[in-house]
Design a protein around this ligand. Structure first.
Ligand code: 13P
Length: 339
């Protein structure tokens, strides 16, 4: 394990005014996104879409790294330049999703456990050779009647720590992502309680399993009202609750914190990030690792005419990257959206 390299990659991932572009949708998820815009999910369409995103001019100005899927890290532009090369040339660190998805947790109706530890050491070695310098593993925690159970939270935390230790052995920075889902009618307080318990379990396991925190990035879900809650918390309330929850449960030594968007609208996700960064000084950078909230406007425009709308779709992505880059420094204003 090269500690110095891990720490410097982690620092670069959360460099000032930059965040991560998550384009690691699995085959099933990208098919769902394409279906919504009437695009068939063929390998060529997936390749063309990701080429459009990754070749956006000056993307590296606000994007420090991008998370790829197994298929994507092996793909190239139409002109035959590998995506990894395109990213390296743009100063964007290649990352890779390595989990094998969240599956039903046996004996626990309504809950999920993330799989993918078998053979992970060998897969990490291959990804490192392909150019990956960081990885992602997503665990899913669902809020509902009598869930999450402690056993689900603990089993997922244990797997996240096993994954993180294997990553660091391979000189790959682990992004640990315990996503507390926004789905449901739960309150801000319930989201706080579950998120805090999840983070405490996770950091306990990272400690138990000798994971270097300075070379690890947390991908957190915000403390937010459920999407079907009757009284949804304001931007300021979400920002304050999220920061308080992190301060309660995340060690100061951690390399950095990035957020997922989890179904928030693109502008909502930006406003929340900005409000957090206006609050105070924290021991870690707070920035973004958005999937939908960075891609949505771009995907929509591209889908209307993939052959003709590449430049227009790239403009949409560049705009969202800039808005979120500003939000990561607490310098975003809603009026910039119109500009
Ligand atoms: P969203 O921002 O769309 O939630 O995706 C981020 C991600 O990578 C989830 O694992």
């Amino acid at each position: 394990m090269n500690e110095m390299e891990l720490v410097s990659v982690a620092e670069a991932m959360v460099a000032e005014g930059k965040g991560i572009l998550a384009i690691d949708e699995s085959a099933g998820t990208i098919a769902k996104r394409f279906k919504a815009i009437n695009i068939e999910s063929t390998e060529e369409n997936r390749r063309a879409y990701r080429e459009m995103l990754l070749t956006t001019a000056h993307l590296g100005k606000h994007i420090s790294g991008a998370i790829l899927y197994d298929e994507t890290i092996r793909q190239s532009t139409r002109n035959g330049v590998s995506f990894v090369q395109v990213m390296q040339d743009a100063g964007i660190i290649p990352g890779i999703k390595v989990d094998m998805g969240a599956h039903p947790f046996a004996g626990h109706p309504g809950e999920k456990i993330t799989e993918g530890l078998d053979g992970l050491r060998q897969r990490l070695e291959e990804y490192r050779a392909l150019g990956a310098r960081f990885a992602k593993w997503r665990a899913v925690i669902t809020i509902g009647e009598n869930i999450p159970t402690t056993s689900c939270v603990d089993a997922n935390a244990h797997a996240l720590a096993r994954y993180a230790a294997l990553c660091q052995e391979a000189d790959i920075v682990p992004i640990v992502e315990p996503e507390v889902l926004m789905d449901g009618a739960h309150s801000l307080d319930e989201s706080f309680e579950v998120t805090e318990a999840t983070l405490r379990a996770l950091f306990n396991q990272l400690y138990e399993q000798n994971v270097l925190l300075e070379g690890t990035i947390l991908k957190a879900s915000m403390v937010i009202s459920g999407s079907e809650a009757t009284h949804r918390a304001s931007v300021q309330e979400v920002a304050e609750a999220t920061v308080q929850c992190l301060l309660n449960s995340v060690p100061a030594a951690l390399g950095g914190v990035v957020f997922l968007s989890g179904g928030q609208t693109d502008e909502e996700a930006t406003a929340h990030l900005n409000a957090m960064n206006l609050l105070a000084d924290f021991p870690w950078a707070l920035t973004f690792s958005y999937g939908r909230a960075l891609q949505a406007p771009s995907l929509k425009v591209w889908g209307e005419n993939p052959a003709a709308n590449v430049a227009a779709a790239q403009k949409k992505l560049a705009h969202r990257a800039r808005m979120n880059g500003l939000a990561a420094m607490g310098q975003y204003e809603e009026s910039f959206e119109a500009a």
